[in-house]
Design a protein around this ligand. Structure first.
Ligand code: AHR
Length: 631
């Protein structure tokens, strides 16, 4: 394939082409990116899930029970854990009783400072012992004493630091908190909001798990779509992801009736998402609730009015000056400077959850109401519809669309020219290869891991989007991470467990890392046809470099010879060529349990010949980026 690239023409590229969606699915929030180690730390419940003692075990015969006390810890956290020494107490001082927590299917224990806290109510003289130990052998890796300052009539918070003296050999560990049974006046104490954090990403309080944040940051994302996905919509009109419930002190966060079959803590709230975006330098696409939940119930025009107001408040919270009502709330939470906000999306997949009636009402009044109100108050914000022009919607100006694709390799390759003639801007709000070619699609479920030929399909679709990157605002991989211990959606970019050694970057991570790591500022038109080599060419004016990105899908020969010449670039120019190739088996995948990584990365220096041509060859099912040395 001989590619001749013109020096002018083409499109300016949106600066946030590659990113991800985060919602709490697969325990990607609680027990995942959110670094809290204690599972079920506040016994939260919702209209879908009852309070439970899941995760908690008695220590030395203490009786644990749930209580809704007349004086709860807070309006948000009504249920607490009653711990009674009971008959296990022999009355003698030093008899330690309490409880332990086994974390999100284990806990990573290392010689590093852990920050803990708990609230307690009851009369007690003595101290508490917090410790981290092996669940298998009982070996204690670290413990600390916390002097009690309890009261029989009030909830009192206790904070502590705990630094183990030894690394645990595996993640099968527990956290325990005990007290001297003889010191508890009526033989019992009440506890709530028992929390333990390891060091977090960028040292944020209530922050993110370092290895997962680094794995995400490692693929150079520039776009973050939050908070969903289905999570935004919620199960019904009374349980959508209300951003206001996710702000401020943890004791004021009631939790969320998760849509992926588990109760959520609300610990990873709107502010934490904004800080994540700030720390990783991500452009935000902020989803606002639009009166449609997963049960398909649709709010009428009148009922929707307060929700439009609520969206405006949310926007003000994120991006308003500290002198505005909601900007002041943000400032009181420690961030007086407004966050940048350019994109707001109205709802999620209205064409799906709402079926025909939902989609009709979205087009008729639900999207226009938000579009008009947001445009009026914030003319610089692009308001994004939760569907695309391919879902049968002529999105009114100046709105944008959102296109989602969970496909087979073949269907993703078919995407290549999908946006060539679309004039309305779109995000690709969710994208991933999830089904094999010729399989049973959704009926057969998703493949268990991203696999090599699926990744190549993604590459071809991404190249297609990038060719149109003046109108494709950016593409988001979804969902981004999955706990190997409890998950609802298998094909994700990063797999993890409590043990950081299990954190595994999928084949798709390598693709996205390569493409996002070599951004263009402009595409440049090129001559050669596509298939089996799909490509995009362009330049990065900030770096002064020229680029080729390509993927080979279903070639009839083992290798495809390629030459690329950039008009005006002098012969003898140096470039770096990175080629990703995969295993013989196109279904090969990166395995968290064996550690096998099937992606082969080859980097070589290539120099253009006397005619200015860079020549190389690419194997079938490969991905490549060539970037010239910058000015
Ligand atoms: O990414 C998983 C789910 O797929 C999202 O929550 C939803 O928007 C889509 O249907």
């Amino acid at each position: 394939v001989d590619i001749s690239v013109k020096a002018t023409g083409g499109n300016a590229t949106s600066p946030h082409q590659y990113g991800f969606l985060h919602e709490d699915i697969n325990n990607s929030g609680d027990g995942g990116l959110y670094a809290e180690l204690i599972r079920n730390r506040a016994f939260q419940s919702s209209n879908k899930f009852n309070s439970t003692l899941e995760g908690w075990t008695s220590v030395n015969g203490a009786a644990l029970s749930l209580k809704d006390l007349a004086e709860p810890l807070s309006k948000a956290l009504k249920t607490s854990m009653h711990v009674a020494a009971g008959s296990s107490s022999n009355g003698s001082s030093g008899h330690q009783v309490g409880f332990s927590n086994d974390g999100y299917w284990g806990m990573d224990v290392k010689v590093q400072p852990y920050a803990g806290s708990f609230w307690v109510k009851g009369a007690y003289e003595g101290s508490f012992t917090a410790s981290l130990q092996s669940n298998l052998t009982g070996e204690v890796f670290g413990s600390t004493e916390i002097k009690a300052k309890t009261s029989p009539s009030e909830w009192v918070e206790h904070e502590f630091k705990l630094t183990p003296t030894k690394n645990a050999p595996n993640s099968n560990n527990t956290f325990s908190l005990t007290f001297d049974a003889a010191g508890a006046k009526d033989g019992s104490l009440d506890f709530n909001l028992i929390s333990l954090f390891p060091p977090t990403y960028k040292g944020r309080k209530n922050g993110l798990r370092i290895d997962l944040a680094e794995a995400i940051k490692g693929f150079h994302p520039t776009l973050l779509r939050i908070p969903g996905g289905n999570m935004l919509e919620g199960n019904n009109r009374n349980s959508w992801w209300d951003w206001k419930n996710t702000l401020g002190p943890l004791k004021d966060r009631p939790g969320f009736s998760g849509v992926w079959n588990y109760q959520q803590s609300n610990g990873l709230g709107l502010m934490e998402y904004l800080e994540l975006a700030e720390d990783m330098e991500l452009e935000i696409v902020l989803g606002v609730y639009n009166g449609l939940s997963l049960d398909g119930d649709i709010l009428s025009k009148e009922e929707l009015v307060p929700f439009v107001e609520d969206a405006l408040n949310q926007i003000e919270f994120v991006s308003g000056a500290a002198s505005t009502k909601w900007g002041a709330v943000r400032a009181s939470l420690g961030h007086p400077a407004p966050f940048k906000l350019q994109y707001v999306e109205v709802g999620n997949e209205d064409w799906l959850a709402g079926k025909e009636a939902g989609w009709a009402s979205f087009k008729e009044y639900r999207f226009p109401m938000f579009l008009e109100a947001i445009n009026k108050a914030h003319p610089h914000i692009t308001v994004i519809s939760s569907g695309s022009v391919f879902d049968g919607y002529e999105i009114p100006a100046p709105g944008a669309g959102d296109y989602h694709i969970y496909g087979t390799p073949d269907s993703l390759v078919d995407q290549f020219d999908l946006f060539d003639n679309v004039t309305i801007p779109h995000i690709i709000g969710e994208a991933a290869a999830v089904h094999p070619n010729g399989g049973k699609g959704w009926d057969a479920g998703l493949l268990e891991y991203p696999w090599w030929s699926g990744t190549i399909g993604e590459a071809v679709s991404m190249i297609g989007y990038e060719r149109n990157a003046d109108r494709i605002i950016g593409a988001a991989y979804a969902p981004i991470i999955r706990s190997l211990d409890r998950w609802q959606w298998s094909a994700v970019m990063i797999q993890f467990a409590a043990d950081p050694a299990k954190t595994t970057l999928s084949t798709s991570w390598y693709l996205w890392e390569l493409f996002a790591g070599h951004l263009m500022t402009h595409t440049l038109p090129a001559s050669a046809d596509f298939n089996p080599l799909y490509y995009v060419t362009g330049k990065n004016e900030e770096k002064g470099s020229y680029l080729f990105k390509g993927a080979v899908f279903n070639a009839t020969t083992d290798e495809v010879p390629v030459s690329v010449v950039f008009e005006g670039l002098k012969p003898g120019t140096e470039a770096e060529l990175t080629v990703l190739s995969g295993p013989e088996d196109p279904y090969g995948f990166n395995d968290p349990f064996t550690g096998v990584n099937v992606v082969k990365t080859a980097k070589t220096k290539v120099v253009s010949d006397t005619e200015g041509k860079f020549t190389f060859s690419l194997p079938d099912l490969s991905i490549a980026v060539l970037e010239t040395k910058g000015a």
